[in-house]
Write a protein that binds this ligand. Sequence first.
Ligand code: GDG
Length: 466
Amino acid sequence: MIPSVSGLVSAIQPVIRQIHGTWLAWGGRYGSEEDTLGRSLTLRKTDKWLFQEIMLTEAEVAGYYEGMANSCLWPLCHNFVEKSVFDEDMWQIYRRVNRKFADAVLKTTGPGDMIWIHDFHLALLPRYICRKKPGARVSLFWHIPFPPPEICAILPWAKEFLYGLLGCEFIGFHTEGYVLNFLQSVREICGLEADITNGVVYGPERTVRVGAVPIGIDWREFEEIASRPRVVRKAAEIRSDIGGEYVIIGVDRLDYTKGIPERLLAIEYLLERRPEYKEKLTFVQIAVPSRTDVAAYRSLRRQIEEIVGRINGKHTENFHVPVRYLFKPLNREELVAHYLAADMAVVTPLKDGLNLVAKEYAAVRSDTGGVLVLSPFAGAAVQLSGALTANPYNPQETANQIIAGLEMDETEKKRRMSALARSVREQDANWWWQRIQHNWLSGTETTGESSPDSAIGGGLPQGGTL
Ligand code: GDG
């Protein structure tokens, strides 16, 4: 099985490996109406954790995953209300699939097991589990932004959606801002009492703690990959193939929240205003294919390709092509070689829960300089104060910050990069997991049966094949 490329998968895998849990998720295969569980397998021979496949029918994938998750909740939570599709049939399928996950979790877990749920695909699952197993040890991590109450209220099923989450003992978000949005939504939409200062909701079935716990990365792994001789050689090859003086990189799933067209417009503006950069600068955009069955993603791809064509048609000088565009995933080593080769990473989402690419770039370039240009609308901006900030909605500002980064003196670059690296190292994947455990377990009585490594129930959509 090949795990899909996404921030969620990158973030979760090191923790699951560490605790030897069981990962329940849809594995990308279709089953029949009656199927709940599919195969159990280890992803690699050396893995001590188990992947337990949950089967979905084609209609469930269409209504639940492509529909409710990717075409309704994803845009809504990223403030793209006009892209959200609201459809009662989709909602009914979302409920059904959440119930299916609840059945699978209940079959797989024993008394006292810790059930850790991931993301907006499974908002109803905590309550479904608790109804059948009152007092179950359930916690959820929300990987994307949580919208403010006035946007949350647009969801026709907002109350049920929020009550679903309130089956948890603890809910983690990336930032204090999302925590506040959640608490205010619960107050305003459900009329429940919420203690904003201490992050507590007094729910109908249990008291729920809520907190900001931004995900960290396994920076040691990135540093180790970046030190491999073949990766260092690959980075040098990338630079010599590209030519010119400066390599700037963007790495994203191809998603309208990531601000790829806006970033390209900033590059276009820069080349027009500062033509001396035409032969010096190359912008490499790695766009990983994502949600290709959703119409909004197909039209975004066309839009990006049109802008890339226009920029290269207009600004190629002496065969130096200013924008290199890759519409495919790279393997880990190739990805790290690109980070290593790049003088600058431009991470300018219009809205992003956190953004791991910014942290990965900082981990790889920690000792070698490099510059990070970061959108204030990425959750990671709260932690990564060494970055140059650029509002993605303003291509001129982004272009100016790119120039400022390219022209910055080496001492300032190193100062900023070491501040970034410090934050990425201090608040890494391990720190994140420790804080989740601390928040989850604090304030509750442990029976002695419970252990954070006994089981993981999670709804993590996987691509690839089994
Ligand atoms: C969601 C939230 C939140 C990218 N290209 C390749 C590749 N990647 C990997 C990166 C990184 C991951 O994919 C992307 O993570 P992000 O955080 O940038 O974005 P989302 O996928 O939208 O993730 C996000 C995250 O969950 C975690 O909570 O930060 O806000 O939207 O790890 O390295 N990996 C490989 N080849 C590529 O070409 N192998």
